[in-house]
Design a protein. Sequence first.
Length: 183
Amino acid sequence: MAHYGRAAHGFTLTELLVALAIAGILAMIGAPAMGSLLARTRDASTEAMVANTLRHARTAAVMRNARVLVCPSRDGRQCNPGDDWQHGWLVAKDADHDGQPDADAPLIATQAAMPVGTRVITSIGRGQLAFHPNGGAGGSNARFTICHANARTGKAVIVANSGRVRLAAADAVHLQACLAGLQ
């Protein structure tokens, strides 16, 4: 039985090509914005990771009733001198106060190198940070500046003497010092 009164449904080749062309144009317009969004998300994730590592170290010091050290490390086993943390860091118990992880205790955490184009530096004279059993981080406030070459921006993670960790805007002087090491 034939149905003669019905119209055919579907798209013509011309309609399909026009729809694909419009979709392609919209994708080209949105791609840079999406790339920028992904870069900002990656940068914010790195900044949060630094702050969370420091919070974790403080909590570990209180929970273990021990001195916990956070320091830059290239090999993930020993602390390195200096204020440049872009090659990674470690969190470890330091009961003997020698500025190195205790040999008889496992590491609490390690962090590998930062992504290319990201750098982390600390305040001059604060190459290491030690949290005490009461949660405090004696000495002067420590400032971690995290900078990103792609956007020429950054944030600061500040650790108060009390051990409180907070994110803040990076000041121009520390940001420029951080970015200078990326070039």
